[in-house]
Design a protein around this ligand. Structure first.
Ligand code: FAD
Length: 424
């Protein structure tokens, strides 16, 4: 009996110890979930943690000012912040949350689920263009790299020349990104069939695996690793100088503040809303070359400039926004990304893949393929025409129906789709 009693006591102690360990683990996990990535990225904080400088005038001489304020922590904003923080103090403001513990962002198999999530907290914000085309834009630290198809390629040499960038500097910058978040894909059977079909229809030469932008068929880089885990631009922040960088998430910039006392207005600060709806102000340092950088995406950047009084005078006046700078181009020239899609239905279980192989034609048409989405048990029905194989809609300007694609065979169908779009 004594032996049994002793064993029971030991068992009880063991149980208490086990539950204590479990509780500590659960506590640690819940802490990690609340502030994911806090150990690797200690400089990322919620916007509400920001303490405003005492007053605008004072702030320009106060300690909590920045050499650079970057608006939008996306594909461009994150690497910019990491690089500038090596030598300057930087504030990066992002309206969304962090991607580190977001399963919809992190795993390839959730690509379509993320795009279909229309909740307020979704990493992807659905919008419809004035021509009625449904699309998505990012709302998360890491930006488009958190919701996109993950294909990575270097820009063409002619593009770099056209936009006037320093080619040497550009070429030196690529490996910095590639080493951190880009991977060589392991081709799944569907991508191999797609590669062979492109070559068969004459999208040649076959350039093998390369990051370079070359005409023909190639295997490019991907931000998904071999386990299907996505690596986003937010990870580039790991290269930042943590002493010089503040990143605020859930910080929605509403306006750029200008000093209008001299002839040429000068951007000196920003007004942003935190996750509790409270307005805050952040200011640049007095350093002559300090700057506010707008990297809020193709829609977000002109939107913010317009809200701040930079844009076509007539448009601003119509909205009662006082004009800081009359610029006829802001918010103009936007266009949808035209797309032809072929859906090939099958009863077989096809491995999911996003873009690994691409056909680049001299006509300016790019041909890509994905597989396996919309057929799993947890498939969602979302009729946006980009990620869904559900009943085809008429949003696309030109589209093959599945039956046609099946009858024609993949190679012939690709030949059809590789022709440039003609105006409707
Ligand atoms: C479905 C889809 C698939 C794609 N697939 C690919 C692909 O495979 N390969 C590829 O190269 N490209 C792809 N793209 C395009 C690519 O993702 C974008 O071109 C790129 O991410 C744009 O980068 P950016 O820095 O300009 O903007 P984003 O990366 O969009 O960054 C802008 C950031 O600014 C934030 N922001 C906006 N307004 C404010 C504000 N007022 N205050 C604070 N923050 C703000 C946003 O939340 C966002 O995080 C795809 C795009 C989509 C939508």
């Amino acid at each position: 009996m004594a032996l049994v009693g002793g064993a029971a006591e030991i068992l009880m102690k063991f149980k208490i110890l086990l539950s204590l360990i479990l509780w500590i683990n659960t506590f640690a996990l819940s802490q990690a979930y609340e502030h994911p990535g806090q150990y690797r990225y200690p400089f990322i904080r919620p916007a509400s943690s920001f303490t405003e400088p005492p007053s605008a005038a004072e702030s320009r001489g106060a300690s909590k000012t920045y050499d650079y304020i970057i608006i939008g922590g996306g594909t461009a904003g994150c690497p910019l912040a990491a690089t500038l923080s090596q030598n300057f103090s930087v504030l990066l403001l992002e309206r969304g949350g962090t991607p580190f513990a977001n399963g919809n962002v992190s795993f390839l198999q959730n690509f379509h689920i993320s795009l279909a999530d229309t909740s307020q907290t979704s990493a992807s914000q659905v919008f419809i263009s004035t021509d009625g085309v449904i699309n998505s834009r990012a709302r998360i630290l890491g930006g488009g790299t958190c919701i996109n198809a993950g294909f990575y390629t270097r820009a063409s040499a002619s593009y770099i020349k056209r936009v006037g960038w320093d080619a040497k500097l550009v070429n030196e910058s690529y490996p910095w990104v590639e080493k951190q978040i880009v991977h060589r894909p392991e081709l799944v059977p569907w991508q191999r069939a797609f590669r062979d079909s492109l070559i068969e229809v004459g999208i040649s030469p076959f350039n093998g695996f390369t990051y370079d932008h070359l005409y023909g068929t190639k295997i490019g880089g991907t931000i998904f690793d071999r386990f299907g885990r996505r690596h986003t631009a937010a990870e580039l922040l790991a290269s930042a100088n943590p002493d010089n960088l503040h990143v605020l998430v859930h910080a929605t910039v509403q306006k750029i503040v200008f000093d209008k006392t001299s002839k040429r207005p000068r951007a000196v600060g920003v007004i942003f809303k935190d996750e509790n709806g409270k307005q805050n102000k952040a200011f640049l340092s007095k350093r002559p070359r300090s700057e506010i950088i707008v990297s809020s995406g193709a829609l977000g950047s002109p939107q913010l400039l317009l809200l701040s009084g930079i844009g076509p005078k007539a448009d601003l006046e119509k909205l009662n926004i006082s004009v800081v700078l009359d610029n006829e181009f802001v918010g103009k020239g936007m266009a949808d990304n035209p797309l032809n899609t072929i859906y090939i239905p099958t009863n077989r279980n096809i491995k999911q893949s996003l873009i690994q192989v691409v056909g680049i034609t001299k006509l300016g048409v790019y041909i890509e393929a994905s597989s396996g989405f919309g057929q799993s048990m947890d498939s969602i029905h979302w009729n946006n025409g980009i990620v869904s194989a559900e009943p085809l809609n008429n949003l696309m300007r030109a589209q093959l129906c599945p039956v046609q694609a099946k009858r024609m065979g993949l190679a012939k169908a690709l030949f059809w789709v590789s022709k440039p779009l003609t105006n409707p």
